[in-house]
Every structure is written in C-alpha cells, then in structure tokens.
Design a protein around this ligand. Structure first.
Ligand code: GLU
Length: 405
C-alpha cells in the first residue's frame, strides 16, 4: 500500500481517535529516513531504513529484499511496525528496511557482500537499544547472521540483541521461524470462538514461510485446507488437500502447482472460492476493489502485510466479512523477535513450550482487548485495531512531552 493510502486512512479515522491536527501531522511523519546506494560488481542497489517512531521503545522491524521495494513502501511498512509493537504490547517502536534487488539472481557470495554493505551503510543508527532489524520477505536467518557479524566486527562488541530472527546457534529463539504463522493461529482461534464459526475450510494465498507454516499448523489442528497458491499458480480440492504432501512437492519442485490431485486455477480465482477462512500470506494489494465483491469467506486473516486495499476493505465490511488486519494478524513474528531480544539481553534461553505459551498469552490479550473495544461500533475491526494502537502511541508521545493538546 502506498504511504498516501496510509495517510488517507489516518485522515479518515482521525476524528474517531480525537486527534488534533498537530497529533495527526506528527503521527504521519517518520522520525528518520536513511538511504544509500549499495554496489556489487558495478551494479547498483538502492537501500533504505525508515525509523518511523520510537516513543514506546527502540525502533523495530524487518529488512525486505525485493525487486519492487521502494522508499514509499518501506515507509508504509515502518508505520505498520509502529502499530504492531503497540498492539502486541511489546516495548518497541517501528521501523523497516529494504534493498531493491532480486535475491534469486544473486550468488550466496554476493548476497553476503550486499548484506554486509547494508550494515556498513547504516550501523551507526542500529543497535540493541536503538533500532533492531529482523527478517522479512526474502531475508533469512543466514542473512541475519551475516548482518550480526558485520555489526559486531564494526563495533568491536558482542551484541546479539542488535538483530532478531538469527539462527539458534547465534542467539536466535526457538519458535521464531514459525512465529508469524503460530501467532496467526492463536488469533484465529480467538476470532472463531467469538464469531461462533463452525466451518473449518481454509484457503491460503502464498506459500512462503508464513503461508506454508500456517498451512501445516492449521492442518494439524483439524482445519481443512482446500486451496493454496504460490507465484506459479493455485490448486483447489474442495475435499481438502494433503498439506504435508503439498509441502513436500513445493520443497522438491519449487511450486505447489505440481500437486496433481487438485484442480489448477489462478491466484485471482482462488481468493474468490467459498471458504470459512481466507489467508493472504504473500505480498500486498491482493484484495482490491475489483475482486473484493467476489470474496466469499467469513474471516480474512491478513498474514501478509497490506494485502487489502482501502477500497476493498470498505466493500468487505459491507459484505460482513470479518477482516483481521495485518498489524494484529501477523504480529506473532515481531512478538517472538521481542522474546529473542529479551533472551539475548538476559543471556538466558527459554524452552520451546515457554516461548509458545508466552506468545499465546500476548496474542490472546491483543485480540480480546481490541475485540472488547470494537463491540457495538459501526466501524470495522481494522479501524478498531488502529484506534487501539494509536491510543497507546499517543499516550507515550504525550508523556514524553512530544505531542501537546
Ligand atoms: N518482518 C516481520 C514483520 O513484518 C517481523 C519483524 C520483526 O521481527 O522485527 O512483522
């Protein structure tokens, strides 16, 4: 979603949040924008870090490697991180980073060089009490490890808490690899209970880390996954697909479409198939004003960031589709990043069950707090979620004397 759209949405909900024009202005302004052009073998790669807001704690947010990532998109993503940390009630602000590149075209050696260059460009603004990056689309624990190593070499320190999503051997946390998906499951379970939904059919659009893991976790819990997709296309079997088999085929052949006991269709068609739960789990702008009216799901769980455009959101609200917005639905990732940072700071590492239990507690509280506040309101759940987050951010800003009434 463009930052313009983010601003439009904020303008729309500002009266509901009782925001003064100064407060609104300050909420729309990122604190700091870092930009640099990186260079490998004579090729140039634009790199960004947007530090949006740190009223509630150090900046926090992933780094995305993608051929179409732009500063404008990084700004939207950094703003959403600010909301996410407030919603999950973890003591961080929000930031996001990116490099415009197609990582599939680079050798491991060049990828490592570029990751190190990114840290050399911005390391003075990063650190465990300043700004803590993490993985995002097409960035991995290995990339976090290179970045950590570069940072520690430059600063001559041991600073495992400067970045999260690290491999376990370098101070990563158990569960972090599946945290976005597992957090989404905990939130979905709460929503299903509150909305009294008995049907358990699921469609998942996107089969990367988040999509694949949630497919596995939901199948384990007795949900019936009837359709999944990746960038090569989609598959559908109304009797349910064998998700372990689909995962195996995806890993072996590179695409879910090679699973043959299902019908083939396009990604566009897949999201319009009737189901109880639709999970967009890839990139943004998948549900638009053009396809929203054909969506036939009871719940949309936004595991991706920004999958629904503002116009589509309105249409879905009119159609009584319950949309669990990205800033809540996928906040499990950053929540376990927080646990990782806490463990790094303590130098004491938790068991898997302990991490899972703490994640469940955070997700349940976040969902139910917003659910309570959204009851009997005419606006949708996304608006309620934003209002909840903004209230917390503004409270911190006010206490700091940064926003005046
Ligand atoms: N990239 C993830 C997100 O968008 C995780 C961020 C983090 O762990 O800091 O929420």
């Amino acid at each position: 979603m463009s930052f313009k759209e983010v601003e439009q949405f904020l303008d729309k909900i500002a009266p509901l949040a009782n925001l003064s024009s100064d407060q609104l202005k300050s909420l729309k302004r990122p604190n700091k924008i870092l930009q640099k052009t990186l260079n490998i073998n004579g090729k140039k790669y634009p790199a960004f870090r947007v530090q949006f807001n740190n009223a509630r704690g150090p900046y926090k947010g992933g780094i995305r490697f993608h051929p179409h990532i732009s500063l404008d998109e990084v700004k939207s993503l950094a703003f959403w991180m600010t909301l996410k940390t407030a919603i999950a009630d973890i003591p961080f602000g929000g930031a996001k980073g990116g490099i415009t590149l197609d990582s599939k075209q680079l050798s491991q050696k060049d990828l490592q060089q570029l990751s190190r260059q990114y840290i050399r460009a911005f390391y003075k603004d990063l650190g465990p009490t300043k700004d803590i990056p993490a993985p995002d689309v097409y960035t991995t624990p290995q990339i976090m490890a290179w970045m950590l190593d570069e940072y520690e070499t430059l600063t001559q320190t041991s600073s495992p808490g400067m970045i999260t999503g690290k491999p376990l051997e370098l101070g990563g946390s158990l569960i972090r690899d599946i945290a976005t998906a597992l957090g989404g499951v905990f939130i979905l379970e709460e929503a299903i209970e509150q909305l009294h939904i008995s049907q358990k059919t699921v469609i998942i659009q996107g089969f990367g880390n988040a999509g694949m893991n949630i497919a596995h976790l939901l199948a384990q819990r007795g949900f019936k996954i009837i359709g999944v997709s990746d960038s090569h296309g989609a598959i559908l079997n109304r009797n349910g697909v064998d998700i372990e088999k689909v995962i195996e085929i995806k890993q072996k052949t590179g695409s879910v479409v090679n699973y043959l006991t299902a019908e083939r269709l396009t990604n566009e068609k897949l999201v319009t198939i009737g189901c109880a739960i639709l999970i967009p789990a890839a990139l943004g702008n998948i549900i638009t004003k053009d396809n929203a009216k054909y969506i036939n799901a009871q719940i949309i769980l936004e595991l991706a960031n920004g999958p629904t455009t503002l116009e589509a959101d309105e249409i879905l609200h009119q159609q009584k589709v319950f949309v669990i917005p990205d800033v809540l639905a996928n906040s499990g990732g950053v929540t376990v990043s927080y646990f990782e940072w806490v463990q790094n700071n303590q130098g004491f590492y938790w068991r898997e069950e302990e991490v899972a239990l703490r994640l469940k507690d955070k997700m349940q509280r976040a969902f139910n707090n917003i659910w309570e506040e959204s009851k009997n309101k005419s606006y949708n759940f996304r608006t309620a979620t934003y209002l909840y987050a903004l209230k917390r951010i503004i409270a911190a800003e006010k206490l700091r004397g940064k926003i005046y009434l």
